[in-house]
Design a protein around this ligand. Sequence first.
Ligand SMILES: [Zn+2]
Length: 382
Amino acid sequence: MRCILNGKLVYPDHVKTDAALLFDEKIGEAVPDTEELRKQDLEFIDAQGAYVLPGLVDIHIHGYLDEDASDGKPEGIEKMAAGILQNGVTSFLPTTMTVSLAELNKAFAAIRECMEPSKTWCGAQVLGVHAEGPFINPSKKGAQAEEHILKPYAGFVLENLDIMRLITLAPEMDPDFRAIREIAASSDVLLSMGHTGADFNTARAGIAAGVRHATHLFNAMTPLHHRDPGVVGAALLADEVSCELIADTFHVNPNLYPMIAKMKGDQVNLITDCTRAGGLPDGTYSLGGQPIYVKGIECRLEDGTIAGSVLKLNRAVANYRQYTGLPIEAAVAAASYHPARAIHCDDKKGSLLKNRDADLVFANENMDILKVYRGGKLQYEA
Ligand SMILES: [Zn+2]
C-alpha cells in the first residue's frame, strides 16, 4: 500500500488539505496525517503541496500526435493514449467522425482491441467509443464529410454495445425519434444531440425521447436566439441534459463560461475535441479526410470553418476555472467526475472516492501536470 502525504486532495465538492491518501491499484481511505501513520510500513509519496486530482476523462477526442481514432489503427490509439496522459488524462473515448461505414467498422475494431490493452500499454485507458456521426444534419456538418452522412438506425449502436458509450446525432434526422427511442430503451449509451439543425421544440421532443447530452454546446447547432431558442436553449434549460464545452477560449467566447456554469452546474463536461494536430506545431493536417490548417489555438478547413481543436484537457480546466471563478474542485470535476458519470463509469473513474481506480494526477496551481499514476502505476513524471 502506498500513501500520499502533503497533497491537496481534490474531491468533487471539496479539497482536503490535512489528510493522507492511501492507494494501491484502487484508491483507499483518506486518513489523518499523524505520527502514527508515518510509522506504518507504507511506501510514502511526498506531493510537496501539489494538488492531487482524479485522472481527467476526455469523452470527445479525435486525435493527438498525428494519430486519429478514425484511422482504425490500434497502435495509433496507443500513441494518442500515451500523449494525452501527459495532459493528466487517464481515460478517454476515442471519437470517430462521419467517415464511411467500412472505415467506422475498422475504427471500432481497433478501439475494441485497445480496450483490452497489452501489459506494455502505458497511456490513458480506452473506455469505449464516442461515435460523432454518421447520423448528423448536412446543414450543420461543420468539418464532417457530407457524403458519408446516413439516416439514423438503432442497429449501428446496438450491434456495437460492447464499445459504444456515446453517440452524437441530429434528432431531426430521426423520423418520430425511432432510433433514439430504441437505443434509449435497450441500452445505457449516452444519446447526444449535435451537428444538428433542430429547432427548440424538436430538440425538446428529442430529449423527451431519450437524448441526454449536447455535443460541444453552441458549436454546430442552432444558436440561442430570443425568439428562436434553438438546440442551445433546449440544452441549457433541460436539467437532465449534460453539455460538452470546448473551453479553449476560441470555440465559445469565454465570457459565456459563467453563464454555462450557472445554468448547467454539475452537468458541464469539459472536452477537447482535439484533432491529430494536438501536441504538434502549427501546420497542415487532416480531419475526416479533409485538410485542416492549424495556427495557435485555431484549426480550420480551407473555407474557414472551425475544425476541431488542439486543446489539452488540463488547459481546458484552467481556462474554465479562470473565466468562471469557480473553486478548483468544480473546474476539475467538470473534466473528471461529471464526464465519468455521464457515461456511467463513475464507479471506477473520475474521483478520488474510495475503491475507484487509482488514476491520480499531481498538478500545480496553473494545472501544469507534474505526475500521473494510472491504475496505481506511475506512468508520467514531468
Ligand atoms: Zn468532434
